[in-house]
Design a protein around this ligand. Structure first.
Ligand code: COI
Length: 397
């Protein structure tokens, strides 16, 4: 058993402070009596350049995998090999039966390793599985697969204070062979991960110029834009390529029926803070992805006293009322948009102020610096968890 050292009791002391409702200071702050968070799990020992991480592939230790066969999920297993062998007639290749998720895991101020809103990803993936006629992942299987993936890759979790996170990417696809159109006879569910920093090359909280997409639609009114379907992202690639080559790193889709109402950005949801201080975001239930980040930001915006409106947003009629515009999602977090161009007209927005506050609030919760009042964080149990708690000098913690 590991020796009891200072680090063994730092974490519960912080936990008590958080439960008592205090805001926790950053290491080195005047009221920081505890020093850096505990690192009893080997977080960050892969020693990458954590502070300069972007959103690019980084090889990790491995992934966790389950196969669904003969009507049931088989026990899962961990594999170090980053490749899969899939039948040539796997439904994923021909009929696009594939959906994915994405959420982040953080090394917190308390020294714990915690996921942000993975339960919401499970709900959204379940919705997608039903829509695409795939087997739903039981909640326990989902959590166990995530826990094991994070535990085995813990050295790739960026340490607290570096600004990075471990991006977790669960996905499910029809892997069994089928020639005619129909659901696959077998499915593969994988949980993989990748350390990540800023999504856009401009860097954290750097505002982007956006282009309103008038040449392509993202989703049909009764299509599957609300599903995190691999194919929805493939359908965006040409439009994204053109926008980038025209100098716009991000583009905004309007509704396919009237080309009038805002839907979402190619990577993320649309949010505006209006000049009269409201948080507004589109409500197209069937064609806009139900962003978990957006969901949480709406709650935080309401906590901050803002009026939150989820409703159709008529681009031409309302764009002049936007003070701030943001792209929000797991990967992009809150990325301010400084202008939107449609044809030969450009609208510019104010510097992000409310959006920065929302960003900082959600990041503080993710880092364990603020109380997680809405229970979005889930602690990933580590192998030696019970030993560490038994060693606590604080009874009951
Ligand atoms: C995410 O934000 O997790 C996504 O899946 C968006 C993707 C374009 C990276």
């Amino acid at each position: 058993m590991r020796a009891v050292g200072a680090k063994a009791w730092v974490r519960p002391a912080y936990a008590a402070a958080v439960r008592a409702g205090s805001t926790i200071s950053r290491p080195g702050g005047v009221d920081d009596i505890w020093g850096a968070p505990a690192n009893e799990y080997g977080v960050g020992t892969a020693n990458l350049e954590w502070e300069s991480l972007g959103f690019d592939y980084v090889p990790t230790v491995g992934h966790y995998r389950h196969l669904w066969k003969d009507g049931e999920w088989e026990p899962g297993f961990f594999r170090e090999d980053p490749y899969l062998t899939v039948h040539l007639l796997g439904n994923v290749f021909h009929y696009g039966q594939s959906i994915f998720e994405g959420f982040k895991v953080f090394h917190t101020r308390l020294g714990t390793v915690e996921s942000f809103s993975d339960h919401l990803c499970h709900e959204r993936m379940s919705h997608g599985c039903r829509r695409f006629r795939m087997p739903v992942i039981p909640k326990k299987m989902w959590q166990d697969a995530i826990n094991e993936t994070v535990r085995r890759n813990v050295k790739y979790v960026p340490p607290y204070g570096t600004g990075g996170s471990l991006y977790v990417r669960p996905f499910i696809f029809g892997s069994g062979p089928r020639l005619g159109l129909g659901p696959a006879p077998e499915y593969t569910f994988v949980v993989m991960c990748n350390p990540a920093g800023s999504y856009y090359k401009a860097g954290k909280m750097q505002a982007l110029d956006g282009l309103v997409n008038d040449e392509y639609d993202r989703a049909a009114p009764l299509g599957c834009g609300d599903v995190k379907a691999a194919g929805n992202y493939a359908a965006d690639l040409e439009s994204m390529y053109k926008a980038k080559h025209a100098g716009y790193p991000i583009s905004l889709y309007l509704d396919a029926r009237e080309r009038r109402y805002i839907e979402e950005f190619n990577t993320s949801n649309f949010v505006a803070i209006t000049k009269d201080g409201k948080y507004i975001t589109p409500d197209s239930a069937r064609s806009v992805l139900n962003s978990n980040t957006n969901k949480c930001l709406r709650v935080l915006a309401a906590d901050m006293g803002l009026t939150v409106e989820v409703r159709p947003i008529d681009f031409e009629k309302e764009v002049d009322t936007f003070a701030e515009v943001g792209a929000v999602g797991t990967a992009v977090v809150v990325t301010p948009i400084k202008s939107l161009t449609r044809g030969n007209k450009t609208w510019s927005f104010q510097d992000a102020n409310v959006l920065v506050q929302l960003h900082d609030k959600v990041r503080a919760i993710q880092n364990g610096e603020e109380v997680d009042m809405h229970r979005w964080m889930r602690k990933i149990p580590m192998q030696d968890e019970r030993d560490v708690q038994m060693m606590s000098i604080y009874p009951g913690l």
